[in-house]
Design a protein around this ligand. Structure first.
Ligand code: HEC
Length: 268
């Protein structure tokens, strides 16, 4: 019975995909104008990611550690009272996007990864060598996966990136420096151009992902048994205590930092 349900689920997924996505969206009769190239959209969402990732790393992880907060690979385990590492924060966003109906893929890799599963291979490995040299984003069509792909340098933008990676027991490189290209984010999307609505949907899926993983972190905190429970509100750890911004305050900051560039492209 289980097997049958599985086959049925697979069949209906295949059907959905071969029909071009989620039916109610594609039923639109009037043809939408394609306004943005996939490269433009992936550049935009990648900028949002840079802002979000640096804010989380500096203002939450870096500043939080100074106040005694902990961040750990096993942050989701019941007996671990810690928050997500930056890479796992990003993976949380990627997982949430995967659950949405926006066909955007996001992955963080490197040539010297802490986690072997994050090592670039094949075409992405080759392109990453170029990115390390000139830091210019790489755009290509991935024939195997049938997706447009873009790779952007992931730079050690905060001291916490460097110190944590250099000291990590599974590290494959212990002399990272501030400003180094430590890896790259790889983004994937199935079509070569997007309508205005589809573009907004991509940006929204990213922001929703940020909200979801940040909320997961706060939910973890709610279950902390120790007295080291940060107070959640409108203060940040830099205020000098166990404080964390609420999801709204955190996202307001992302919005403030990212919106100018994003709007410039959207209103081109
Ligand atoms: C507190 C520790 C810590 C901090 C801070 C940290 N990282 Fe990581 N990072 C890790 C760990 C652990 C992994 C592996 C996570 C996994 O996939 O299991 C990782 C994964 C990565 C990866 C994917 C390749 C790999 O090493 O597995 C990149 C690239 C990366 N980090 C870059 C950065 C950058 C850039 C920053 C700062 C913006 C940063 N990291 C901050 C611990 C850290």
């Amino acid at each position: 019975m289980k097997k049958f349900t599985y086959i049925l689920a697979t069949l209906s997924t295949t059907f959905l995909i071969s029909c071009g996505g989620v039916p109610e969206k594609s039923k639109d009769t009037k043809k939408e104008k394609l306004e943005f190239s996939v490269a433009e959209v992936l550049e935009m969402v990648s900028k949002e990611n840079d802002v979000t990732r640096t804010l989380y790393t500096k203002a939450i992880v870096g500043a939080g550690k100074k106040q005694g907060m902990k961040f750990d690979e096993d942050w989701q385990k019941e007996d671990v009272e810690a928050g997500p590492l930056p890479a796992l924060f990003l993976r949380g966003i990627a997982n949430d996007i995967r659950k949405s109906d926006v066909p955007l893929g996001l992955y963080l890799g490197s040539d010297f990864p802490i986690n072997k599963a994050n090592k670039f291979e094949g075409k992405q490995g080759e392109l990453f060598k170029k990115i390390k040299e000139d830091r210019i984003p790489q755009h290509f069509y991935d024939e195997d996966q049938k997706v447009y792909t873009a790779m952007f340098a992931d730079v050690a933008g905060a001291p916490a990136c460097v110190s944590c990676h250099n000291k990590h027991e599974q590290t494959t490189k212990d002399d990272w420096k501030l400003g180094d290209v430590m890896g790259a984010t790889t983004w994937q999307y199935p079509t070569d151009s997007l309508s205005y609505d589809a573009t907004i949907a991509v940006l929204k899926a990213y922001r929703n992902g940020t909200k979801a993983i940040y909320k997961d972190y706060l939910d973890e905190i709610a279950a902390f048994k120790s007295s080291k429970k940060p107070e959640i509100g409108d203060k940040w750890p830099s205020a000098g205590g166990l404080y964390l911004p609420s999801p709204e305050v955190f996202l307001d900051s992302v919005r403030e930092l990212a919106s100018y560039e994003t709007m410039t492209v959207l209103l081109k």
